[in-house]
Design a protein around this ligand. Structure first.
Ligand code: S3P
Length: 170
């Protein structure tokens, strides 16, 4: 399949970059978190609180399976933890070109200051958690991706242009 898929840590800009890329190329854009919220009729925070993270992770896999049966080419941004399951990485590769938007902890902390929508970043030592999660997930994101784009200190337009160049739209 020829979808464009954006993976990376929370705050990397997957949704924003995906929307801009989709607009420029006339492709619809979906975000797996939106699809999960729609299915559950609840927000991500409510799902984590009421059903637990394991159930959320199972739904992520189910959503990828549904996307595989959708032949409309699109841009797909996925939740930051979705590529952690090996099965999901396999499904992502089947879905299209996987692009890792690589972000460092400083950028994430600046962008997500005051955010209340990400259950994994509420309370406690958020700086430390972000550093640890990025360190643990980095190799997994790299393994899942066909292309890696550094997003630190760069505008959405710059990132989209690099994506286009690297995907052969010069
Ligand atoms: C998560 C990232 C979130 C959302 C959920 C869990 C994670 O998505 O799926 O809060 O485990 O990194 P974004 O990456 O779109 O913020």
């Amino acid at each position: 399949m020829k979808n464009v898929i954006l993976i990376g840590f929370m705050g990397a800009g997957k949704t924003t970059v995906g929307e801009r890329y989709g607009e420029k190329h006339g492709l619809p854009m979906v975000d797996t978190d939106w699809l999960i919220e729609e299915r559950a009729g609840m927000t991500i925070s409510e799902i984590f609180a009421q059903k637990g993270e394991d159930e959320f992770r199972r739904t992520e896999t189910a959503v990828l399976q549904t996307l595989l049966s959708d032949t409309q080419e699109k841009v797909i941004s996925v939740g930051g933890g979705l590529p952690l399951r090996e099965e999901n990485r396999r499904l992502l590769k089947q879905l299209g070109t996987v692009i890792y938007l690589e972000v460092n902890p400083d950028t994430v902390l600046k962008r997500l200051k005051g955010d209340t929508t990400r259950p994994l970043l509420q309370g406690g030592d958020v700086t430390r958690r972000v550093e640890e999660l990025i360190a643990a997930r980095g190799p997994i994101y790299r393994e899942a991706a066909g292309l890696i784009v550094d997003v630190n200190g760069r505008s959405v337009d710059e990132i989209v242009t690099e994506l286009e160049e690297r995907m052969g739209f010069e």
